[in-house]
Each structure stands twice: as C-alpha cells, then as structure tokens.
Design a protein around this ligand. Structure first.
Ligand SMILES: Cc1ncc(COP(=O)(O)O)c(C=O)c1O
Length: 352
C-alpha cells in the first residue's frame, strides 16, 4: 500500500524515513554539513539538506503539497508575502497572528503592500474586498480570537478574483484541516507549535499546491537565507511522529476544559473553536486576567502554544496585539496533562 492511500495518522509516522533496507537506520540522521562533495545534489547546505528533505516529505505528504522548511514561522510568512508584486493588495483577517499583520503594516507604510483588513467570519465582506487583490491571507482558527473562516468559499472567491489564497494552518495542523484540499494555493505553518510540539524548536514551513510556486519559494529561501538548522528539523520531525496522539489528548482536554470553564467565576466568555487545542477565556478586564495568570501554579505563563505543557497568556499585554481583542482575554494552550489537574488549577486561580 502506497503512503498516499494511508491515513494521516499513519503517514505522520511513516513518511520521510529512509528505505526499509537491511542495516538502514529507521530515522533520517541529522546531517551537519555546510557543503557537499561536488557532482551530486544538494551542492551547498543553504539549498538543501537530507534532514530537511525528510521533514519536507512528511509534512508535504500530510498537507497534500510541496513543502519547504524555513528557519521560523515568520520566515515562512515572509517568503509567501514576498510573492506579492510591489504595491499589491493583500486581504487579511484583522485578527491574524500579530506579527504577520505587523509585517504587512510595515510594508504598507513604505508602499510595498496595500493592506485590506477584514472580519474573517463575514464572508460577504471578504469577497467584497477581493477585486484587484494579489493575495488572500487566511488564518483559521485565528490567533487569538479563534474565529473560523469558510475556507472553501473564500479560496474559491480568491481564485475567481485572480488572487493567491494562503491559509496559516498552525492551529489546526494537517491532521485536523487540509487547506489545499479546500482550495487554498498555499499553507503556512509555525512548526514551532503543534508540529514540533515540545516547546524546544523554532521552525516554519510553506506547503504549495503547485511545484512551480514551490520552486519560487525555495529560490527565495536560498537567496534570502532563512534556512532551518538540521537539528531543529530533526526535532520537528520527531515531534510530528507523535502529533496524532498529542493532538487527540490535548484537544479532548480542551473540549472538557471549555465545558468546565463556562460559568466559572469571572469568566464572561469561553471561546472554543471546537477542534483545536487552543481556547480563550474572557474576563472583565486586564487586571482580572492578570490576577489569574499570576495565581496559576500548574499552567505556565508564557507566550507560544502547541507544546505538551499547558501555557496561558493575556494577549493584550502585547502592545502590537489587535485593539479589537478584549483586554481581559486569556489564550489557553492546552497540553496533555490530566484534565482534572488542569481544571483544578485554573478554577482555583479564577477563585472558585
Ligand atoms: C498562527 C501563527 N502563525 C505564525 C507564527 C510565527 O511563527 P514563529 O514564531 O515560528 O516564527 C505564529 C507564532 O506565534 C503563529 O501563532
């Protein structure tokens, strides 16, 4: 049975391994080299590395496209945004990851981009913003508002308008959502998060529907030099092997936590996209939210998400976070600890 007919949970375990040959290692080793003996491919380690290839094969197969690994999620984001012609319009969700927005805003200030912010849950408004745009930038669920986009409808509208559509799939991973199958041209990942899964790596990836676009993105990586270290890629591939079980456990913890937090003291809203491992709770104001973050003992106050350990953060502590995110919103990245310990710690910090 070929890998393409296997289920994603199996592919996450099997893809990107050396051939099953007597004496062969089961895992692609970490290749530490800056150059290669002339006459083969790759020729130089800014253009390729066998450890990258193993990771790219696995994530590419899971997303159903051609994968290019990057030094960070932001390096992957930058490489895709670089495909927009000078002065081109980008339609983007107003609650997209804050530094992706910052990159667009800084570009807009110099005339590099025209930025059209939209409410991603209002598909009519997104469609109305598309004529003449070069790129539709979707994130679903959004970080940290946890809104959901109608990906098939919006990617179809982008295609009709002649715009490239991209989905940042960091919060869902290809095990929960495969945007290329839903009509997107490109997927972007902060592999730092759920894919690597252990809060010990910074890494990014782009996955494209067409080999032509992959070639342009790969060329950009080689030219601009935002290449990943082989050790980081090895760790991320090792993380990917256990993604399905981590995801299953963390997502089930997240659903149960959402249930237990509804109606807890001081909680005015619980935002649960219903499938990811990230939740948000909204408290009355910044002071109430800060008190909870200070009082937890098991949960770790930290930015980032998608690790095996549960972390939380009041997002508006960042001056660059969107002003439409409530001051009292705490983003919860739910890990794989026992649900009762997670719930007890949080409910205690909330004062119940
Ligand atoms: C949705 C999303 N996209 C992209 C990024 C950027 O990734 P990195 O931190 O790996 O550069 C992040 C980081 O938090 C993110 O949450």
């Amino acid at each position: 049975m070929s890998d393409t007919r296997r289920r994603p949970e199996t592919v996450a375990v099997t893809a990107g391994r050396p051939p099953h040959a007597p004496g062969a290692p089961l895992n692609e080793p970490v290749t530490f080299t800056s150059t290669f003996v002339q006459g083969g491919d790759p020729v130089y380690a800014r253009y390729g590395n066998p450890t990258w290839s193993a990771f790219e094969e696995a994530l590419g197969e899971l997303e159903g496209g051609d994968c290019i690994a990057f030094a960070s999620g932001m390096a992957a984001v930058s490489a895709v945004m670089a495909q927009v012609p000078h002065g081109g319009a980008v339609v983007v969700a107003r609650h997209t990851y804050q530094h992706a927005l910052l990159l667009l805003d800084e570009g807009a200030a110099t005339g590099r981009f025209e930025v059209r912010r939209v409410d991603i849950t209002d598909a009519d408004a997104v469609e109305a913003a598309l004529p003449g745009a070069a790129l539709l930038w979707l994130e679903s669920p959004t970080n940290p508002a946890l809104e959901i986009a109608d990906i098939p409808r919006l990617t179809g509208a982008a295609q009709a308008a002649g715009a490239l559509s991209i989905v940042d799939n960091t919060f869902a991973t290809p095990l929960l959502q495969r945007p290329l199958e839903l009509g997107a041209d490109v997927v972007v990942h902060s592999a730092t998060k759920l894919i690597a899964g252990h809060s010990d790596v910074v890494l990014g990836a782009v996955v494209t529907r067409t080999p032509e676009l992959a070639e342009r993105i790969r060329h950009h990586r080689g030219l601009h030099g935002a290449i990943p270290g082989p050790m980081e890629v090895f760790l991320a591939l090792r993380g990917l092997r256990t993604l399905s079980v981590r995801l299953e456990r963390a997502a089930s913890n997240a659903r149960e936590l959402a249930r237990r937090l509804a109606g807890a003291p001081g909680v005015v809203d619980v935002r649960d996209p219903g499938f990811s491992t990230v939740l948000a709770i909204v408290l009355a104001d910044a002071a109430a939210a800060d008190r909870v973050v200070e009082r937890v003992q098991l949960w770790i106050p930290a930015t980032s998400l998608g690790g095996v350990e549960s972390t939380l953060e009041r997002r508006r502590r960042w001056p660059t976070e969107a002003p439409t995110i409530p001051e009292g919103l705490i983003r919860l990245s739910v890990g794989i600890e026992h649900i009762d310990d997670l719930a007890e710690d949080l409910l205690h910090a909330l004062g119940s």
